[in-house]
Structures are given as structure tokens and as C-alpha cells.
Design a binder for this molecule. Structure first.
Ligand SMILES: Cc1cc2nc3c(=O)[nH]c(=O)nc-3n(C[C@H](O)[C@H](O)[C@H](O)COP(=O)(O)O)c2cc1C
Length: 194
């Protein structure tokens, strides 16, 4: 898949604005991402206004990808989504996407009670998958992007008055690339040989 092979983290962007239809396509890519028990923890704040970009750039130390990105997606995980488990399951049952089931009566293949390993760890995993969907959609649209985790989280939380139930996962800097980095090296194989 060319989007996977050709993608690079882009840290220098042209000032050209990202069109609204591209922003919509990025959010749609995130919305369609898979998630554990379809809990869909991912939430986004789209920052394109100069006042918001200024805060985010400052929080990211006015360096790296955020310094020139005309679009920054603040990527969040809603920690309250786990409480919607029964609702999510019923939604899937209603459209026959899964067999009817009672979440409280789930058992493992060995007959022992099935304990759903939900909670914050899955919130981050699910949100990260949604972020990466946006990254690949951006690549498909001819846009560059870069995950930015190195920033002052408290400044961003304060600017958007984020409640404690929203985990700040990453900033995703997006825009038209103004650099063409060579591929970053990778391990020869991901196969575990023990
Ligand atoms: C979770 C995560 C956090 C990252 N944080 C940063 C960051 O704070 N600043 C940055 O410039 N790049 C960041 N990156 C980008 C990585 O440095 C980059 O993906 C890696 O060096 C491989 O390069 P490539 O994306 O061009 O293949 C992050 C990537 C991930 C997945």
C-alpha cells in the first residue's frame, strides 16, 4: 500500500491551509477506526484558528512540526466511553453486526468468566488507532503529518479546559509538506524469534 511505504513524519510545512473537505476526511477516517468492543474512545479538537495554533505552538516549544503546521489536531481519549459498553453492544446487535449477547454473561472459551480488560489502557490504544487512520488518510490526500507527543500537556489542557475524563493522547500536526525526508531506518524484521 503506497500510503504506508511513502509516509514520513513531516516537520516542516507550507503555509497553505488544509481545505475543509480534507479536514472532514481526516475526521471521518478517525471515526471509522476499529476499537475494542466498538467503544470508540477517540475525540478530536481541530485547531486552525491563529489563536489556537499560537497556544499549541507555544506548548510545543515553538519547535518541530507544530511550529509551521497550519492544522493541528488535538487527539484525545474519552475515558468515560467504557461506561457505554452495554449501549455499544446493543447497537451492534440491533443491526445484526454481532450475535445477540448479554455482556454480563460472557464467558471465555474455557467456560470461565470473561473479564473485559477495558479502562484507560484500551482508551489510549483505541485513540492511537484513530490517530494513525488520520495519518494514512492525510498521506492519501497528499498531506504530511507528524505525531507530536513532546509538548507541555498542562498548557493544552488549560487552553481547552479539558476535563479529567479526557486523556490527551497526542497532537497531530498536518499540512502540505515543505520537506522530503528520506525514509527513517527500520528494524529488519518485526518477527519475534525468541
Ligand atoms: C507516539 C508517537 C510520538 C511521537 N512524538 C513525536 C514528537 O514529540 N516529536 C516529533 O518530532 N516526532 C514525534 N514522533 C514521530 C517519530 O519520531 C517518527 O514516527 C519516527 O522517528 C519514525 O519516522 P517516520 O515517521 O518518518 O517513519 C512520534 C511518533 C509517535 C508514534
Amino acid at each position: 500500500m503506497p500510503e504506508i511505504a511513502e509516509r514520513r513524519s513531516i516537520r516542516k510545512f507550507k503555509p497553505t491551509l488544509v481545505p475543509a473537505e480534507c479536514v472532514a476526511a481526516l475526521l471521518e477516517a478517525a471515526r471509522l477506526a476499529p476499537s475494542s468492543v466498538n467503544l470508540q474512545h477517540f475525540r478530536a479538537i481541530v485547531a486552525q484558528a491563529p489563536v489556537d495554533l499560537a497556544v499549541l505552538r507555544s506548548a510545543a516549544y515553538n519547535a518541530g512540526a507544530c511550529a509551521t503546521a497550519p492544522l493541528i489536531v488535538v487527539c484525545l481519549a474519552d475515558l468515560t466511553a467504557d461506561a457505554e459498553l452495554a449501549e455499544r453492544v446493543q447497537e451492534m446487535v440491533a443491526v445484526r453486526a454481532v450475535e445477540p449477547l448479554d455482556p454480563s454473561s460472557l464467558t471465555t472459551g474455557r467456560g470461565t468468566p470473561f473479564v473485559l480488560r477495558l479502562g484507560a489502557s484500551f482508551a489510549y490504544v483505541n485513540a492511537a488507532i484513530a490517530v494513525e487512520h488520520m495519518v494514512l488518510q492525510a498521506q492519501h490526500l497528499g498531506l504530511g503529518s507528524c505525531w507530536v507527543h513532546h509538548f507541555d500537556h498542562s498548557e493544552v489542557r488549560e487552553h481547552y479546559a479539558l476535563p479529567d475524563t479526557l486523556a490527551l493522547v497526542t497532537l497531530l500536526a498536518v499540512g502540505y509538506a515543505d520537506e522530503a525526508p528520506t525514509p527513517r531506518p527500520r528494524r529488519g524484521s518485526v518477527v519475534w524469534v525468541g
